[in-house]
Design a binder for this molecule. Structure first.
Ligand code: SAH
Length: 458
């Protein structure tokens, strides 16, 4: 017999909130039944109305708060209530850092079974706004009008946006110039339902250290009407622009970028730097979105790797080689592996750009390539992993254990899979030395953590 649901639609009940979800909703339990309530914070009490009930959980609406959290903040963004971009602007900067530390602690305890591991306080930004170096804004035909902004939570409806306060102001301004030109010239926005229209997305990216900007106009069609007007107005108004490219995506798909990219004006790439490593970034390249905090994160990874210049290092899930190249300058040899072949091409180019000759990159699955390296006799002193949200394959963890590196540095974007993987690693003879959450995405619930592990018999 399934448990009966203790509440019904439209019930009004008094509750206490205990937690926050990934999209920033408050969590409360009524007789063990979970309800999600947007806008509420942990520690708060209030009256809610039940909106919807499902088997294991339901949703509610906040009617009034009877006890407010001391960490409640006034969200500065005027469209925060509707836009799905940010989740926790109503939580103070310190409240966000404390909460992220708590989430990591909770995952390590509940999932990993680690009850006496110290979790450092989250490293945050002094100014947790204007940090994003990239903005990509959907354009659509909506209610008979040109719509430009991000989607509502759990929806494909656009909330019109004039400014995004977590984005670098220069590119925030540039995408609005594109919007103005497109509206003035009557360029048809993309119509998803019919797969018609021209302009689908406007993307801009800035090198935070170099100030160089790339603008990407993503169109359904090969043709971009008023191309010359775009180029003239954009380059005259925004001298930071070093590259304007058009990306063509004719398909009916959620993917933003298509296969084909044409440079309309200027260079094919812009440059940026993380620490002392330079990167060339093209329209389709992955690049960390908050390079300031990335430097903080990699600084910790470098510290935990304990390099003297003599070590062999493996960087699993290396992307475009950001961590590999950062470490290569301080190690004897670095081996990077990544599943996306274009990213490996970028990694090789970036090694060349920096005159780094001791980094070797291979495309493939980490769980396939690393056992081959082991069979070839490669003996890493340090293994760094930076997997996607689903964490490492169990087989990779087994391979790592057989390779017995002195140190393992685990960079994680998901505390739950981090805890699961540490539970496999630690009993094989490793000690958790440091757990450091880093806030890479202020105003959102994303949590990045770097963990330093040391072999016990060292
Ligand atoms: N370390 C990089 C990127 C980490 S993101 C940086 O800091 O920039 C995780 C990366 O893992 C992505 O680039 C993704 O393409 C890659 N990936 C996903 N599954 C993989 C697998 N099984 N083997 C190797 N790489 C994988």
């Amino acid at each position: 017999m399934p448990e009966p649901i203790p509440v019904e639609k439209n019930d009004q009940i008094d509750v206490t909130f205990s937690d926050l979800t990934q999209d920033g909703s408050g969590v409360t339990k009524v007789d063990g039944y979970t309800l999600f309530v947007p806008g509420a914070l942990p520690g708060e009490k209030g009256t809610i109305q039940v909106l919807k009930t499902k088997k294991g959980y339901g949703y509610g609406r906040l009617i009034q708060l009877t006890q407010q959290s001391e960490e409640r903040a006034n969200p500065p963004c005027p469209i925060y209530d509707q836009c799905g971009g940010c989740a926790i602007q109503h939580l103070s900067a310190q409240g966000q850092l404390d909460h992220k530390q708590e989430v990591v602690k909770d995952a390590l305890e509940r999932i990993g079974g680690f009850s006496n591991v110290e979790i450092n306080t989250t490293l945050g930004m002094d100014e947790p706004w204007n940090y994003r170096n990239k903005i990509q804004v959907p354009v659509a035909w909506q209610d008979g009008r040109f719509a430009f902004g991000f989607y509502k939570k759990h929806s494909h409806e656009i909330v019109n946006m004039d400014h995004c306060i977590i984005t670098d102001p220069v590119i925030d301004d540039i995408v609005q110039t594109v919007r103005r030109i497109a509206e003035e010239k009557g360029i048809a926005p993309y119509d998803e339902s019919k797969n018609r229209g021209i302009l689908r997305h406007v993307m801009a990216r800035v090198g935070k250290k170099t100030g160089e900007v790339m603008v990407v106009l993503i169109t359904r069609t090969e043709d971009l009407p008023f191309r010359k007007n775009f180029i003239k107005e954009l380059t005259e108004k925004h001298p930071e622009i070093k590259s304007i490219v058009q990306n063509i995506n004719p398909k009916r798909t959620n993917a933003i970028l298509g296969e084909k990219t044409k440079t309309l004006w200027g260079r094919d790439v812009i440059y940026d730097q993380i620490g002392d490593v330079a990167f060339a970034i093209s329209a389709r390249s992955f690049f960390q979105v908050n390079p300031v905090q990335t430097e903080v994160l990699y600084g910790k990874a470098l510290d935990y790797a304990g390099l003297t210049g003599e070590e062999t290092v493996i960087d699993a899930y290396c992307g475009i080689g950001t961590i590999s190249l950062f470490l290569a300058k301080r190690a004897k040899k670095v081996y990077g592996v990544e599943i996306v072949p274009e990213a490996i091409e970028d990694a090789r180019k970036n090694a060349e750009l920096n005159h780094i000759t001791n980094a070797y990159f291979e495309a493939g699955k980490a769980e396939d390539v690393i056992p081959n390296w082991r069979n070839q006799g490669i003996e890493p002193d340090v293994i760094v992993v930076d997997p996607p949200r689903k964490g490492c394959e169990a087989s990779l963890i087994k391979t790592m254990i057989t390779m017995r590196p002195k140190r393992i540095v685990y960079v994680s974007c998901n505390p739950a899979t981090l805890a699961r993987d540490l539970k496999l690693l630690v009993p094989s003879g490793y000690e958790i030395k440091k757990v450091q959450p880093v806030d890479m995405f202020p105003q959102t619930m994303h949590i990045e953590t770097v963990v330093g592990l040391q072999r016990m018999d060292m």
